[in-house]
Design a binder for this molecule. Sequence first.
Ligand code: GLN
Length: 476
Amino acid sequence: MDFNNLTIRRFHEGLTQKLFSVVEATTFFLDTIKKQDPHIHAYLSVREDEARASAREIDNNIKEGKETPLLAGVPCAVKDNMLLEGEVTTAASKILKTYKGTYDATTIKRLKNGSVVILGKTNLDEFAMGASTENSGFFKTLNPWDSTRVPGGSSGGSVAAVASGMAFAALGSDTGGSIRQPSAFCGVVGLKPTYGAVSRFGLIALASSLDQIGPVTRTVEDARILFDTIKGKDGYDSTTVDLQNFKSSSSVKDFVIGIPKEYFIDGLDDEVKKGLEVAMEKLKKLGFKFKEISLPHTKYAISVYYIVLTAEVSTNLARLDGVRYERARDVNTLSDVYMHTRGEGFGDEVKRRILLGTFVLSSGYYDAYYTKAQKVRRLIQQDFDEAFKQVDVIFAPTTPTIAFKMGEKSDPLSMYLADIFTCPINLAGLPSLAVPVESLFSALYSPSHLPVGFQLIGKRFHENDILSVGELYEKE
Ligand code: GLN
């Protein structure tokens, strides 16, 4: 059985028709991990015994005639910044090398309730800070299509695992592009939900006003299924909303798609440009109309993002003080505690952001930087609100380039620019779906033909709109 040619729905049919068992499916993925992961390095930890045990339990439940949820037995991976009770959760930082989750993140709990098999925890840029997974405190993940290139980041491990058949689907987190940018680099589908659509309880916070957890899958249809499983109100995250707030527009076929002129700029790679043209042609063939729109404050998004984000980083990471989590040993003074934990445990990028964030929040600079950034953030949000009075969804490139070479972006600023098209959407709190121009099923990606993606941005809580357009595109 080749489980890599199935969608979740077909997997479910196969399982209920007894064409295979969950143990067989799980074994297939664990074997693939053994073969592939020594070359790709997507996983920080593989839960072989636990995965087999839960597979056996799900098989037994099916045998006993218990209800089989749609996701039952689907082998998934989760980014290692989500807590799993009793299991090491590092956020790819040395400072949390041995830290064990004390409870399940709500998303993990919902996956477990859906009888998903969790294969393991995937690599990321340390605390999700980065766009290449080169910033992991442990090792770098490689792009499955070309090992000289990055898979993108920070959810590079989750995305590389799905793209290389080492997981059926995965969860990632997206604060400024971390689900969508790697999805574009590796040819998979990634959904960044509306802020408040999915609980962040049990997610190690990067920037609390921007973070969202979302699915990474091989098809849009699968992304919808995973999203339906994890979304909705959670008493542990007061930003989450009730299910009835998820809106659904009636006639997707009549949608007008907005093309923001600020996103189609000179710096776009030729491959990306060509890919976007192909995608737009297909959407036109499907009957969608296009309309040019303007999002005039786009040019400030990276600056605003790196002020708001670093401010939140400096406060969120203050809890890693060498007392409550990883303990400093053999130290006499408070400054020794810091040197031995924060000094040694954090990588350079994390330190850079804590310093920047502490600076923008410091008295005398707070209004000049932080308050100002919040005001411009509001203008960016209003750009989208205005645009959505004229169009139903927005079509845009996900990234300005295809996957770049390992080590190519050694200067932090050039790395920050990788998120130029994704971070405005987090600042505005909107949902966005990254779709590969060519599906993972149909494409023959190779080092000379790397994936290109586009994103469909929706109105707040209109995930259904972008998923519906994405599904039509995928069928075409
Ligand atoms: N690359 C962006 C950053 O470094 C986005 C990270 C993310 O979405 N987690 O902050």
